[in-house]
Design a protein around this ligand. Structure first.
Ligand code: ATP
Ligand code: MG
Ligand code: MG
Ligand code: MG
Length: 470
């Protein structure tokens, strides 16, 4: 194996230190003085005040490796090769210092010379109106025009809520045909895992006031982001981020605890990868002081922990296993993140307590489900009503797919449309109730926004518990 994940992190930071950057440690996952974000989702997020000029940076060139959480990617986890809810983002930043030319030259130098990726497998993309960036790639770097992809605003204009934003240039790596979807038009930008995006160079020239008004920033900035796990995936030439050295060690533990072999059954693999991912997120979130709860960040954490626990059940893991897994997370990441070792006992405690609560509600639910089955038997029915499925979900924290799974084994099915109708009805009720009440003394609109952030990022994702039970 070429370079390990921890080694690559250091290589990147050392490289930018050699280009006169100040290397800062990762900021907390909890945003500081920033209501527009629930959790830090990019390297630039904690640096926003430096971009806008609100605060003076310690140096105009900074490089970091930032812990990130993107719950918006939860649907992808375990299914794509490249997404985690937790990942580390490498980033080099210029606050009114260097601009496009240096950023592009250095990213190329790092990828092709420092880590030694084949230039022929790399493809840049630019925002279609950004001729400046196109010319740098084409004329200065010598990349033929037909290897530079031009994309529109959706792909190549970077913004996350209010704050600095601008066109970007992404770098993709062709992992080869075997990872492709096989469609005739599969190329850079395809959603499959052949051409994976590894690095995004953002040229922040504008400020979005949050209402869609753009103004030109006084200083032009560079904000880049490269997923460390993705870099390691292509450097190590492995199938997915779950095969990268440090993450693989964790994945192997999941296999060990469940007695399931990796790459035998697709459904098992998805569960194995989900657990591997979610336990990383949960471990890092707890180390940053987040506690499971029914709102905001705590709610995100609770869902990640319970989702991991549930997939553990699906794999047939008996008893508690999350704290044991977090030991491996801590072991493989403590060099980069000493807070993990410091908060070790807290992490174990929180995970174990949450897992206990989850197991308790699940056990209660199993009892209720058995009663429901008896009723169905007596009535000669093979279908669980939507109302009952919803009751299990709402009162006992049973996600629909868990109910389905248990019933299918016994030859029953579930009225899914009925379930969805009950779900819609409850959501509507909650929306109305929220409009009227001042949630726990907080401004109702803030709470609503927060709720929207969470729910919109968890679309289609099974809610794992009912607030009133826990
Ligand atoms: P994708 O299109 O693959 O979802 P993105 O365009 O959403 O990625 P950016 O917002 O540009 O990603 O973030 C910068 C870099 O961070 C990406 O180029 C990628 O290397 C990495 N990255 C983004 N999301 C994830 C994730 N969920 N897991 C791991 N790495 C990620
Ligand atoms: Mg994305
Ligand atoms: Mg992208
Ligand atoms: Mg991108």
């Amino acid at each position: 194996q070429k370079y390990g994940l921890n080694e690559l992190r250091k290589m990147y930071l050392d490289f930018f230190a050699s280009k006169d950057h100040l290397v800062l440690g990762s900021f907390s996952l909890v945003p500081h003085n920033d209501n527009s974000l629930l959790l830090i989702n990019a390297g630039m997020a904690p640096l926003k005040p430096y971009f806008t000029g609100q605060e003076i940076p310690p140096k105009t060139r900074v490089a970091t490796c930032q812990k990130c959480i993107r719950t918006g990617d939860i649907e992808n986890i375990g299914k794509t090769a490249r997404h985690g809810t937790f990942f580390e983002m490498l980033g080099n930043f210029s606050f009114g210092d260097y601009f496009k030319t240096e950023a592009i030259h250095w990213s190329w130098e790092f990828l092709t010379e420092v880590v030694g990726l084949e230039a022929d497998r790399l493809y840049p993309s630019v925002y279609l109106e950004d001729d400046e960036a196109f010319d740098i790639w084409n004329k200065e770097m010598g990349i033929p025009a037909d290897r530079i992809f031009k994309f529109g605003k959706e792909d190549n204009f970077w913004e996350h809520g209010a704050g600095p934003c601008g066109p970007c240039s992404e770098i993709y790596y062709d992992r080869g045909e075997k990872y492709g979807c096989g469609k005739p038009d599969c190329t850079v930008g395809c959603e499959c895992d052949r051409y994976i995006e590894i690095w995004n160079n953002v040229f922040t020239q504008f400020e979005n006031d949050g209402k869609g008004n753009y103004t030109t920033l006084k200083q032009k900035n560079i904000d880049t982001g490269m997923g460390l796990e993705r870099l390691a995936t292509v450097v190590q030439d492995v199938d997915s981020i779950f095969d990268v050295d440090t993450i693989r060690a964790l994945r192997d533990k999941v296999c060990e605890f469940s007695g399931k072999e990796y790459k035998k059954e697709y459904a098992w693999d998805v569960s194995i990868r989900i657990i591997t991912d979610h336990i990383r997120s949960a471990t890092f979130m707890i180390s940053d002081g987040i506690m499971p709860s029914n709102e905001g960040r705590g709610y995100v954490l609770r869902r990640l922990i319970r989702r991991a626990a549930r997939h553990g059940r699906l794999l047939g893991i008996d008893g508690k296993f999350l704290a044991k897994l977090s030991e491996t997370v801590i072991e493989s990441s403590k060099d980069g993140y000493p807070e993990l070792e410091e908060k070790k006992n807290m992490i174990f405690k929180v995970l174990t307590e949450e897992e206990n609560k989850f197991n308790k509600t699940i056990d209660q639910g199993l009892g209720i489900l058995t009663d429901m089955q008896k009723e169905m038997d007596n009535a000669g029915s093979k279908t669980l009503s939507g109302k009952n499925a919803f009751k299990l979900y709402d009162t006992y924290g049973f996600p629909l797919d868990l109910t389905k799974e248990i019933l299918e084994e016994k030859g029953f099915n579930v009225d899914e449309d009925g379930f969805k109708a009950c779900m819609e009805e409850q959501k509507e009720k909650a929306r109305k109730a929220r409009k009227k009440t001042n949630y726990m003394g907080a401004d109702a609109t803030i709470y609503e926004q927060m709720d929207k952030n969470i729910t919109s990022k968890f679309v289609g994702y099974d809610k794992l518990e009912n607030e009133s039970v826990i």
